[in-house]
Design a protein around this ligand. Structure first.
Ligand code: PXG
Length: 289
């Protein structure tokens, strides 16, 4: 496997990061996860915009332009000869002294992996997934900005552990006020009486790119989309619930905390969104060459 590391494509065995890198020592860095389908990178520009915004928000000056990062991403896919798969971009604060001070890290590092990802078993895309409410809450925006896709994912990892221990594959995360923010690695949508609802990003979720695609598709599919705070009650009483993410794509949820959602099967709107999303992945994206 070829890895893009600080401007060069190197063999995986040569792709090394210092133990003094603050990305490792303090989780000081940002990342992106995106997909490519049929040798085209899905929503490349938007993902790189988000990466640049995440870096800017933590005062990490990227020595690469938007265009250079897009080109490096496509080069990495090409070098690995894959048609479909998953790309992980990671930017770290770089090598520095021990101690938090990021100003003592002169040069950020970036690496890009092009590989494959299977987040959930195939049958769950037909049957729906069990969800569990996590005890771990999303941190308040004043503690850790939720829009920043930072290398601090321990909050989500612990929530994921709770979901798995409760016998579910994904966990619903609430914010400090008790409103649903999102899942550990996916955004959440529900349908009730023919209206699509999702929590506003200000309730503590990542501004998901797949989420934005769904909000764009809604008017085309003829359903009103409303961004409004939701609670577990809204999930328990929804007709349909589905999750979205670059890795997960669009996946139905069949239960929350062992309570069946709707009739427990994938609903008609979820099916329409899954199909429309798949069509976009088949027909759009930035060509890698
Ligand atoms: N919320 C969180 C906390 C995420 O990490 C999403 C929502 C969905 O956002 P996008 O932009 O992908 O629609 C994410 C993204 C992985 C993996 O390796 C996780 C994500 C994306 C890709 C891979 O587990 N989460």
């Amino acid at each position: 496997m070829k890895i893009w590391l600080d401007g060069e494509l190197v063999d995986e065995s040569q792709a090394k990061i210092s133990v003094f890198d603050h990305g490792l020592l303090y989780g000081d860095g940002v990342f992106e996860g995106l997909r490519f389908y049929h040798r085209r990178v899905f929503r490349l520009e938007q993902h790189i915009d988000r990466l640049i915004d995440s870096a800017k928000a933590i005062l990490l000056n990227l020595p690469w332009t938007h265009e250079e990062i897009c080109r490096a991403t496509c080069e990495t896919v090409k070098a690995n000869g894959l048609d479909d798969g998953y790309i992980r971009l990671v930017v770290t604060r770089g090598r520095g002294e021990l101690g938090l001070n990021p100003y003592l890290c002169p040069k950020p590092s970036m690496f890009i992996i092009a590989s494959t990802i299977t987040l959930y078993p195939e049958e769950k895309y037909r049957e729906g997934m069990a969800l569990a409410t996590c005890a771990t809450r999303r941190p308040a925006p004043a503690a850790l900005m939720p829009q920043v896709k930072s290398l601090n994912y321990l909050n989500n990892v612990m929530a994921k552990v709770e979901a798995i221990q409760a016998g579910a594959l994904e966990g619903v995360m609430l914010n400090e006020q008790g409103y649903v923010a999102e899942c550990t690695g996916d955004n959440i949508f529900l349908i009730r009486k023919g209206v699509l609802y999702t929590p506003p990003v200000s309730d503590g979720s990542l501004d998901g790119i797949t989420r934005q695609v769904i909000l764009e598709l809604a008017p085309q599919l003829g359903i009103q989309a409303v961004e409004k705070s939701i609670t577990r009650y809204d999930i328990f009483t929804a007709d349909e619930v589905f999750l979205t993410g670059s890795a997960a794509e669009v996946i139905p949820a069949s239960s929350l905390d062992r309570r069946v959602i709707g009739d427990g099967r994938m609903g008609p709107w979820t099916g329409k969104f899954m199909e429309a999303f798949r069509e976009l992945t088949r027909t759009t994206g930035a060509p890698i060459d």
